[in-house]
Design a protein around this ligand. Sequence first.
Ligand SMILES: O=C[C@H](O)COP(=O)(O)O
Length: 200
Amino acid sequence: MADLTDYFDRTLGGAPVMAILRGLPPARTVELAERAWDSGLGAVEVPVQDAEGLESLHRTVEAGRRRGRPVGAGTVVTADLVRQVAAAGAEFTVAPGTDPRVAAASAAAGLAHLPGVATASDVQQAVSLGLTWVKAFPASVLGPDWFRAMRGPFPRVRFVATGGIDSANAADYLAAGASAVAVGSALEDLAAVDRLAALV
Ligand SMILES: O=C[C@H](O)COP(=O)(O)O
């Protein structure tokens, strides 16, 4: 099985902004993914909450392959969904919470996994599952001080601040200790993509 321990170090470590392309028609998803890649953003996540999301994932994976860029699947909440997104060519999975079954299914499918966390207990569980990178969600509710506080007990955990992040507040979260930010709805403003790319 592939060694996935440093997957997010490689994809987000040097370019700490991930684009989340949620709930968009497939053609628009690919268009925004291309824009994110053109701007140098580190990773693209396509949530798969419905059939259209899976189709968007398929199409974005194809576009990513043409450019040698990896694509991940978001809102992966069951082991069955892990298998579907692995078949679609996703390289990593993202979940809103920490679920050992989804983590294990991702590892079995050879996919890196980013579990959602919002409490110290969640982080501790992710660490015990052998995961180093986690999605701190919803970041704008947790606030930058949450990230500062978590650095004490979890100095080796890498947090991706997600939820309510935009070009105006992203730098605050990185300064507070987030290792990367993930941006969804704010990407609809194309000028924001360029401002976020300046953080890369
Ligand atoms: O999974 C997280 C969200 O889709 C991203 O939230 P956002 O749209 O507030 O950036």
